[in-house]
Every structure is written in structure tokens, then in C-alpha cells.
Design a protein around this ligand. Structure first.
Ligand code: 9MR
Length: 480
């Protein structure tokens, strides 16, 4: 009982610290040069094999993989086909589990990676780019979460109770100890757990090094510091793990992007984070391929609130702060940004207004998006019977899938029914700029001004456009 009381005190302390940090963020200097990234330009871009800048739009696949005995998500190939048809997406964040990659210490499950590869192929055949996400919540199944294998969960006899909301489980004693043992921040312990984790990342990268559908690796979902929190965690144990992970991946894979996340609790709400610049053995500047993939769950909504026009302005304040902090960290890392997760119960008041707002913000930032998640149900574009929810038409919107140049800005104006895309140069890219034109807005295809239509495929709903010499901006409106 005594230790339970101590942990409650700890949890309250953490919340107080968090609020203090929020205040600091609120009164602290606005991110220097935040204006630089007010348009889609001003940062680096993830490119496809043809050298075109990618605007990544998609969902995570899937929460169901966390519990599945074989670690596979719920999807069959026909579901991937439906996702492509219904949403026109080009991106998926695919969940992996450490327990499945390394079921016994130093033993890697090739059959598991082959099952993953089969699903990656389903996506690849439909033009997707797949981010492999080493997922965890609450450390692992042995302490009520998912991710880590039981053999890598050391709790010294401490246990974790189920909590509501689930995130509070991060303060449960068994979970905190498991993380502390993983990071090596408490005395004792047996195995070099983080060494094993880095080894598992390397084996995933070795397996997928030549897979062109894979865009990169997300080194750890929503990292948690256990009893070391905030900048001390991010600049310390987390940065060390990331650097070791990057170095290990690069021994087997020189090409794919490596995505890093901040400590979720805090950064998800818009707080500052202390991730330092990381080194890519590929080299500095344009040679480096490190991307930044923070998650976005403004605090009132993380606790289950809707977005009811946000009368008190708390969600909007959280969003502004999140954007400023994200841009600041991305500049420090020299990294493009992908919103690795955002999402909510579609039935909450104002939910669609919120999703539209985040999508507009991502367009302004030139950031990719992976909506959480594609699991049929109340958060998804389809319900348990696979019928569309109110989210489907909101996610299915026109966007440039790949830009043959350096994107300056792109915007879908729903009222004026026009998609505008502008860019600079052509970065030596092969092929034209590809845009997705959903049937709901462009039933008969698009009319292009400022450029020339190269091709239009009414089945995939992809229109390819090239700009006229000297012009760098196209506008596409519905034909007819
Ligand atoms: O939506 C997921 C919920 O059903 C699970 O119970 C929970 C714990 O595994 O995870 C939720 O998904 C979270 C994701 O794993 C990490 N980011 C926040 C997501 C929403 O809470």
C-alpha cells in the first residue's frame, strides 16, 4: 500500500510538472524563425525513387496487431484495396512488435518478417509507401501493454494494474520499473535489453533493406522514460538509444529513412522536447535521412473531449504550441515532419472540424500524416461492418501525392473546389507531379490551368501534370 501511495504521489507530481512545463511553453519565447516554415517550403522532403517530393497521406495499420498472437494486423489484401479505393492514400504506418521480431533472446523470427513483407507487398502494389513502426504501449504484455517480449520485461516483482484512461498505466510500478531496466537507469538487472532492442531494429532493417515500398523505420512508438522524464530523458537515454539504433540500421541499410519520435506524454500535447540533433552515418545536410514523427493529441482531447468549436480555445492553443514546437525540433534535427499519429472518436462533437483543421495545418507545414488508425470502429473511416463513417469523406480529399520539384505550397479549397500546387525547380525529378482527385469532388476528372495534363487514370484517380516552362503553379478544378 505504501508503494501504491508513493506512486500516486509520483503521478500527481508528474501532472504538476507537466502543467509547469505547459506554462513555460506558453510564456516562453515563440520558436525563433517559426515563420520560416509557414508554407510547405523551408524544410527537407522525403523523395520517391524518381526524386519527387512525397506528400504522405494515410493511416496506421493497425492497433489489432498489438494483441494478435502472430503479430499481424486485421487486414486482408481486399482491405488494402478498399483503403486505396476509398481514400486515395499513399502512406501507411505499419505496426511491428518487438516480441514478434525477437521471440527469444537473440532469435529473430524470419517467418514473422515474411508475413510483414507479404502485407507490405499488398500496399506496394497499390502505390503505397510503408513506414515500419516498432510499436509499444505501456512497455509490453507482461505489464499490461504491448511491444516488448516477456523475457525482456524485468519488474523486480512490481506489478501494474489496468487503468482508465490506459495512458495512466505509464505510472504503474511494474511498467515504470520495466522501462527503467530497459534504459538501464536503475541499479541491477540482468540482460542488456536496449542492446537487444537495437539488435532487433538492425534485423528488421537487414530484412527490408532492399524493399522499395518501405520508406523507413520508426524506431520506437511513444517512448516513455520510466522514472527519468522530460528533457533529461530525451537528451539522455532516448537520444543514446536513437543514435545506437541509427548506427545499427546503417550497418545494413544505407537508404531508408529513420523516423524518431519525442517522448509522447508532453510532446503530444504541444510541450517542448529535448531531442538533440542525431548523426546519420550517411552524412550531414542533404545526405542525412532522419525524419521527425511526433504524435498529436491535444490534452483535452487526449482525455476524451471533443472539439466543440473549442470555446475556451484550449485545443487551438495546444495545436499552435504543438506546431511551433514541432517546427523547432524539426529544424534542430534537420528533418522533414510526419504526423505519426492523430485521431479521435469520430462521433465526438466537432470531430470532423478538428480533423479538417489538422489536415489544413499539415498542408501548411508540408507535413505527412498517418491517421490513427485503420482498425474498423469508432475512430476509423469505416465501422465494424466496414460501412463508411463520417470520417471517410473528410480523409478522402484532393492532395498532391508526389511533386516534381520543391513544394512551395499546396492547398485544397473545398468551397472554391480547387486544388492548387506550386513548387520550385524540378530537383532533377523524373515524371510529372501526381495529384489524387477523389470521385466525390472530381467525378469527371480535373481541368488543369497553369500546366499540362500528362495523364489521367480514372481508376486510381491519379492525374499527372507538368508545369509550363517558367510556370511553377498549377490549379486543378473539376471538369464539366
Ligand atoms: O486506440 C488504441 C486503444 O484501443 C488501445 O487500448 C491503446 C493501448 O494499446 O492504444 C490505443 O492506441 C494508441 C496508440 O497505440 C499510441 N498512441 C495513442 C493511441 C490512441 O490512444
Amino acid at each position: 500500500m505504501k508503494s501504491l501511495g508513493a506512486w500516486r504521489t509520483w503521478a500527481v507530481g508528474a501532472v504538476v510538472l507537466a502543467v509547469a512545463a505547459a506554462l513555460l511553453v506558453a510564456v516562453g519565447p515563440r520558436g525563433a524563425g517559426a515563420g520560416e516554415a509557414d508554407t510547405a517550403s523551408g524544410h527537407r522532403w522525403i523523395t520517391d525513387r524518381q526524386g519527387r517530393a512525397l506528400v504522405l497521406r494515410g493511416l496506421s495499420t493497425a492497433s489489432s496487431a498489438k494483441q494478435a498472437a502472430d503479430g499481424m494486423p486485421w487486414i486482408e489484401e481486399k482491405d488494402v484495396a478498399r483503403e486505396r479505393r476509398a481514400l486515395g492514400t499513399n502512406f501507411v504506418r505499419f505496426l511491428l512488435q518487438w516480441r514478434s521480431v525477437e521471440p527469444a533472446p537473440g532469435t529473430y523470427d524470419r517467418a514473422y518478417l515474411e508475413r510483414v513483407a507479404e502485407r507490405v507487398r499488398w500496399y506496394g502494389e497499390r502505390g503505397y509507401h510503408v513506414l515500419l513502426d516498432m510499436h509499444q504501449d505501456l512497455y509490453g504484455p507482461k505489464v499490461g501493454g504491448n511491444g516488448a517480449p516477456a523475457w525482456a520485461t524485468e519488474t523486480d516483482g512490481l506489478t501494474s494494474a489496468a487503468t482508465d484512461p490506459w495512458e495512466l498505466g505509464y505510472a504503474e510500478p511494474g511498467t515504470v520499473r520495466a522501462f527503467d531496466r530497459f534504459w538501464g537507469t536503475v541499479e541491477g538487472g540482468g540482460r542488456d535489453l536496449r542492446g537487444h532492442y537495437v539488435g532487433a531494429l538492425r534485423e528488421v532493417a537487414r530484412f527490408f533493406a532492399d524493399d522499395d515500398t518501405v520508406i523507413g523505420y520508426d524506431l520506437m512508438n511513444e517512448p516513455w522514460g520510466g522514472s527519468v522524464q522530460g528533457p533529461a530523458f530525451e537528451a539522455g537515454p532516448l537520444a543514446r538509444l536513437y543514435q545506437d539504433g541509427i548506427d545499427a540500421v546503417r550497418t545494413v541499410d544505407r537508404n531508408h529513412w529513420i523516423f524518431v519520435e519525442p517522448s509522447a506524454i508532453g510532446a503530444n500535447w504541444g510541450f517542448a522536447n529535448g531531442l538533440p540533433r542525431l548523426d546519420d552515418p550517411r552524412g550531414d545536410g542533404d545526405a542525412a535521412r532522419i525524419a521527425y514523427a511526433p504524435h498529436l493529441y491535444p490534452l483535452p482531447m487526449d482525455l476524451g473531449d471533443g472539439y466543440t468549436g473549442d470555446a475556451k480555445g484550449q485545443v487551438d492553443a495546444s495545436l499552435r504550441s504543438w506546431r511551433a514546437q514541432t517546427e523547432k525540433t524539426a529544424r534542430r534535427l534537420g528533418a522533414p515532419v510526419v504526423i505519426g499519429e492523430f485521431g479521435l472518436d469520430v462521433g465526438l462533437p466537432g470531430a470532423m472540424e478538428y480533423v479538417e483543421k489538422v489536415q489544413r495545418m499539415a498542408d501548411e507545414m508540408g507535413a505527412g500524416i498517418a491517421y490513427w488508425s485503420n482498425d474498423p470502429g469508432s475512430w476509423a473511416p469505416w465501422d465494424a461492418d466496414r460501412n463508411p463513417t463520417a470520417l471517410l469523406p473528410v480523409l478522402d480529399r484532393p492532395y498532391p501525392r508526389a511533386v516534381a520539384g520543391d513544394p512551395v505550397a499546396y492547398r485544397w479549397d473545398a468551397r472554391g473546389r480547387a486544388l492548387t500546387v506550386s513548387w520550385r525547380g524540378n530537383r532533377g525529378a523524373r515524371g510529372g507531379t501526381e495529384v489524387h482527385l477523389p470521385a466525390r469532388h472530381f467525378p469527371d476528372g480535373g481541368r488543369v490551368t497553369g500546366g499540362e495534363q500528362r495523364s489521367w487514370d480514372p481508376k486510381s484517380r491519379v492525374l499527372t501534370v507538368v508545369s509550363r516552362p517558367g510556370a511553377n503553379s498549377v490549379r486543378i478544378t473539376p471538369r464539366g
